[in-house]
Design a binder for this molecule. Sequence first.
Ligand code: URP
Ligand code: ZN
Ligand code: ZN
Ligand code: ZN
Length: 470
Amino acid sequence: MSQVLIQNGRVVTAVDDYRADILIQDGRIEAIARHLDVPDAVIHDAAGLLVLPGGIDVHTHMEGPQGPAVNCDTYATGTRSAAFGGTTTMIDFAYQNKGDSARQTLDRRLALAEPQVCIDYSFHLILTDVTPAVLSELPGLIQTDGISSFKMFMAYPETLMVDDADIFRTMHKVGEHGGMVNLHAENGGVIQVLIEEALAQGHTSPKYHALTRPRLMEAEATHRAIRLAELAELPVYIVHLSAPEALETVVQARDRGIPAFAETCPHYLFLDEQEYDRPGFEGAKYVMTPPLRPADCQHHLWRGLRFDDLQIIATDHCPFCFNEQPLGLKYSKQLGADSFAQIPNGAPGVELRLMLLYDGGVRPGKISLNRFVQLTATAPAKMFGLFPRKGTIAVGSDADIVLFDPEQRHTLSAAAHHSQVDYSLFEGRQIVGKVAKVFSRGELIVDGDRWLGKSGQGQFQKRAASGRIL
Ligand code: URP
Ligand code: ZN
Ligand code: ZN
Ligand code: ZN
């Protein structure tokens, strides 16, 4: 591959902030210096731009199944959308069907994703059927296949939920071999009772999704997950944390020296439960799990991000169209038109993470520029065994680089994003800061509004141990 030279930019990592030129060769960062002159290189002028490591989104659902529903972004459309938002690596999910081996689970997802993905990628393996045979496969997956994180659900009793015994068994096995367990932490049994009670009283509108998933049941499951991990002696990662009460149990565990980690998502930082008061079925656009919380919860999450009680911001991009057309009912929120309990859970956002956090986090001074990079790239890489190949700008690292214009004003809308989803959680929001160019292993894949990437160019990443970042 020819050489690429990024000149005159302001290079920002989790710890550095300086002006330099960056030389890329064969997809990797070859040299960084105050001034570099390389006559044959293709030059990109980054004057006035931030030069950031490519974002790493460790929580996405592309073409994921959810009961009768399927996410409306494919591996092709979803990763292109991610790239336009400055994300160059994602960790998506491989879903185990009951009866399937872990190997079948991984191979089936790899076959689906590989020809389509536009950015580098890996999977967390979702376990729904924890048999002795499946447990015996996990060491090999960690050590040979580079799958070092396993996700389980404490919610969704009718489809995905596993009990404490299976969580604990998995933790034991995974912890012995350098892996980590990720938990969707909500008390699924209690939530099921609340859903049945609401339906029995004739409550079917989207806001009952939020009213039947109380913060206390997120906190309860978070506490249980951490205590199970404490006994099993392995690191534990709580996905999509939304409630201050859940954060509090993470803080307490960390104060006791337990390797408990957690992510939150942009929608919990910038939106609140009032969205469920929208007229008609509009609130269904905001039906994700956990639900949006009262506005007062947000400052607790920001404090968690500042003090490193929350280590990562991921999107939980789990898109379903609002309208049935043109993709079809199974890709749409309309599956739940008659009952909130049938609305596919999840919301889009893979493209917006860096821009929302720059505008709403860095600009108002809630987090520093370095912390922004830490939360969106460096910590994800370290947490999930991708560092230092990914997650920073350093000699020898993959040249996954984002040129970011910190001054550009623009308006978020479904018409402007690149996902197949037909709505935006942030429709009409005016923000400052936009992704200008994106390089994936040295190849320019996004240039302003132009798409230069290709389906199938993303590479599967074998990961090292997860959760060893204390
Ligand atoms: O609402 C959500 N988050 N849907 C995706 C599945 C999950 O719980 O992560
Ligand atoms: Zn979840
Ligand atoms: Zn408060
Ligand atoms: Zn999710």
